[in-house]
Design a protein around this ligand. Structure first.
Ligand code: F1X
Length: 388
């Protein structure tokens, strides 16, 4: 068993975690503020949040705040009074989204209850010409052999993870940088074996829009071909990390598909029918927005995932939560750091933060020789890792 490195904090100026707290979060506050005709109370609360998240300390949730008990279970009391930069990065990031939702009145009561502050950005992406193009490409794919379709849809879902609005906010050039198609780790053969004839596939979604659409297409394909009997799509219980998918985002994506025409509409109808007959279900467990690694998941979720043939975790944040948000030596075996997970698990992720495991020494050496450490955070590399 490898030695366990400490969890990532955000206290090192110049590091990626530091930039997220010092730059990305203030930028998100600014964008949300501009996107809605908020009133003076909300503007004041956003000012307070901005000051607090960059210069202040963790302050307790009010006694009557919704979800306060959960946050107490998730370690709030031990962080109170400490700088956001000195506590685990994973924790302070989740806290930021929680406090942002408080500031705009998301948890209510009041007229802004349930109004997703990120919805305008998510909808803009769903309506973008890029989404049109991606959906139109499905018409050509429809004539290809089933295996080729499955492969294309799997890679669509994987690379869809580049479409992360939080990431693009703090890295304006991200989209223009060319992706490197060769995966840094590729267990897709093991993934195919697990998916073939699977009873239950749990897919833990990441971003809405241009990531969720290909996730849904992949699920539709697997269900329609009978490769998977049923699928459970785990989404966030509330808006999170800007573009993370909620139930409302699934509904928007399904509507987008069904009105697209062509092959896309066929996928949309398949998914709509699968929702109706129970082959596709949604799950929004509160732990989906917890500031903790999956190793700490509660018993009910553990039991549920233990019953799945395979759980596929999408994206960078889920990867961090799966392996623990630690600076592992990159060659630490993936199977070792995911041994805690209650069943077979796969990660589909583009690399957008420092955490990485499961590389061969040769792969790591080649990446470092070519790019220094930029490959870790640039969003140009991707991986498929499986622990059967
Ligand atoms: O999980 P996702 O959408 O793939 O990526 C999330 C992300 O943009 O946000 C985190 C930093 O704020 C990092 O894990 C990563 O850069």
């Amino acid at each position: 068993m490898s030695a366990i490195p400490p969890v990532l904090l955000s206290d090192e100026p110049g590091s990626f975690p530091y930039s997220v707290l010092a730059e990305r979060h203030p930028a998100i506050v600014g964008q949300v503020r501009e996107a809605f005709p908020y009133g003076p109370d909300q503007h004041r609360a956003l000012d307070t949040l901005l000051e607090n998240c960059t210069k202040g300390v963790i302050e307790p949730l009010p006694a009557d705040a919704p979800g306060r008990d959960l946050w107490t279970d998730w370690g709030m009391d031990e962080h109170i009074g400490r700088s956001w930069f000195d506590i685990p990065w994973l924790w302070s990031e989740s806290w930021f989204y929680r406090r942002l939702l408080d500031a705009v009145g998301y948890f209510g009561p009041g007229p802004w209850q349930g109004v997703d502050p990120f919805r305008p950005f998510k909808l803009a992406e769903l309506e973008s010409p890029e989404t049109d193009e991606e959906l139109a490409a499905l018409d050509d794919l429809a004539d290809r052999p089933a295996e080729e379709q499955a492969e294309a849809l799997l890679h669509g879902s994987l690379w869809g993870n580049r479409a992360d609005l939080g990431f693009r906010l703090s890295d304006g050039d991200a989209e223009a940088r060319a992706a490197v198609p060769a995966l840094v780790a590729d267990d897709s053969a093991a993934l195919r074996t697990l998916l073939d004839g699977a009873d239950t596939l749990c897919l833990v979604a990441d971003n809405a829009g241009r990531e969720l659409v290909p996730d849904l297409l992949l699920i539709a394909h697997l269900l329609a071909r009978g490769r998977v009997r049923r699928a459970v799509l785990h989404v966030k219980s509330h808006p999170y990390y800007v573009s993370d998918a909620t139930t409302a985002d699934v509904v928007d994506a399904l509507r987008r598909l069904t009105r697209a025409g062509g092959a896309a509409a066929g996928y949309g109808r398949e998914l709509w029918a699968a929702m109706a007959d129970g082959r596709l279900t949604l799950r929004a467990h509160p732990f989906s927005c917890a500031p903790l690694p999956y190793e700490a998941m509660p018993d009910d979720l553990r039991a549920e995932l233990a019953g799945a043939t395979l759980t596929v975790l999408k994206g960078d944040l889920n990867y961090r939560r799966l392996v623990g948000d630690r600076r592992w030596p990159p060659t630490t075996p993936f199977a070792e750091v995911t041994a805690h997970f209650p069943g077979p698990v796969a990660a589909l992720r583009t690399l957008k933060s420092d955490v990485i495991t499961g590389l061969t020494p040769a792969t790591e050496a080649a990446l470092v020789a070519a790019e220094g450490q930029r490959w870790r955070t640039g969003g140009t590399h991707a991986l498929i890792q499986v622990r059967p």
